[in-house]
Ligand binder design. Structure first.
Ligand SMILES: Nc1ncnc2c1ncn2[C@@H]1O[C@H](COP(=O)(O)OP(=O)(O)OP(=O)(O)O)[C@@H](O)[C@H]1O
Length: 264
C-alpha cells in the first residue's frame, strides 16, 4: 500500500499551541511553542522526532495527547490489570517483553521500573498511534532493545503509527521509517528514512549533530541581526507553570513546589 493510498493514523493542519499564563491566556509577545504544524502520519510509520532542547518535541506530543499518571501503594500487576478489556495473552507478552515483575510496589520502584510499567500500560490495548517521549531514557540496554523490536513489530503487524522523540540514537538507524526534525516549534524536516543516506551509513548521530549545529548558527545570526537592528529580547519575567506539566515527564508536577514557577 503506498503512502498516498493509506489513510493517516494522525493528521494535523497548521496547528499552533501556546502554554497559558496564569490568566489562562497565551503570554503576550511570546510566539507559540508549536507553530504551523502540519503532519500526516501514515499507518505503520515509525517517525523519529529529533530537535534541540526546547525545540517543542514534548509539547507537540502532549498536544497530540497522552499522559499516564500513577501513584499509590499498589502492585505493578494491580496497576496493569486495572485496565479493562485487555487481551490476556497480549498482556502477558508485553509484561514479558518489558520484564515486569508483577510484585513490584509502584511507590517503591526505580525510575526505570516505573517507566516499564508506564510503557506497558500504554501498549496494553493495541493503539492506532503511539506518541513516545524519551521513553527509553531510564531503561537498561536489553529492555530498550526488546522494546524497540516490539514497537517495530507493532507497526509492521498492526499498522500502529509511532512518533518517538529522543536524544538517544544508539542502534536507531534501521528503526525509523520517517525522520522529523523540529526547530523552534516548527517542522523543518519530514523525510522518509530511505531518502536519508546517513541512516544507511549508520550516521544518525552525526546527522542530528549537523542539524543542531546549523540551527544554533542560524539562531546566533538571528540574534546578532536583531541586536544590530536595535531590537531587544522580549522581556519575559515570571511565567507560571499553570498547567503543572514539566517537559519530559509523564506525570503532573503541580504538587511539586520547586517546579511550580519557572523563571525565564
Ligand atoms: N508547562 C510549560 N509552561 C510553559 N512553557 C513550557 C512548558 N513546558 C515547556 N515549555 C516551553 O516550551 C518550549 C518547548 O519545550 P519542550 O519541552 O516541548 O521542548 P523539547 O523539544 O521536548 O525539549 P527537550 O529536548 O529538552 O525535552 C520550551 O521553550 C519550554 O521552555
Amino acid at each position: 500500500m503506498s503512502e498516498q493510498d493509506s489513510s493517516p493514523v494522525l493528521e494535523t493542519c497548521d496547528l499552533d499551541f501556546s502554554y497559558p499564563d496564569i490568566d489562562g491566556r497565551p503570554i503576550p509577545g511570546v510566539p507559540p511553542v508549536v507553530q504551523h504544524m502540519s503532519i500526516r502520519i501514515p499507518r505503520g510509520a515509525r517517525c523519529l522526532l529529533l530537535g534541540s532542547n526546547g525545540a517543542g518535541k514534548t509539547t507537540l506530543l502532549k498536544v497530540l495527547g497522552y499522559s499516564i499518571p500513577m501513584q499509590g501503594d499498589i502492585s505493578a500487576l494491580q496497576m496493569i490489570e486495572s485496565l479493562p478489556g485487555v487481551d490476556p495473552a497480549r498482556r502477558s507478552n508485553i509484561m514479558h517483553v518489558l520484564d515486569i515483575d508483577p510484585e513490584w510496589r509502584m511507590h517503591r520502584v526505580s525510575d526505570g521500573q516505573r517507566r516499564r510499567v508506564q510503557i506497558c500500560l500504554g501498549l496494553l490495548k493495541p493503539p492506532e498511534v503511539l506518541l513516545l517521549d524519551e521513553i527509553t531514557v531510564d531503561l537498561d540496554v536489553l529492555a530498550r532493545a526488546d522494546l524497540l523490536e516490539f514497537l517495530k513489530e507493532e507497526s509492521e503487524l498492526r499498522g500502529t503509527g509511532i512518533i518517538y522523540a529522543t536524544h538517544i540514537f544508539d542502534g536507531l538507524e534501521r528503526w525509523p521509517t520517517h525522520i522529523m526534525f523540529l526547530s523552534g516549534g516548527r517542522l523543518k524536516v519530514w523525510s522518509k528514512a530511505e531518502d536519508i543516506p546517513e541512516l544507511a551509513n549508520d550516521q544518525l548521530l552525526q546527522l542530528a549533530e549537523k542539524w543542531l549545529r546549523e540551527e544554533k548558527q542560524l539562531r546566533k545570526v538571528a540574534i546578532a541581526n536583531k541586536e544590530a537592528n536595535g531590537q531587544s529580547k522580549p522581556s519575559v519575567k515570571m511565567a507560571s507553570w499553570s498547567n503543572g506539566w514539566a517537559p519530559g515527564r509523564m506525570t503532573s508536577t503541580l504538587k511539586d513546589s520547586s517546579n511550580a514557577v519557572l523563571r525565564m
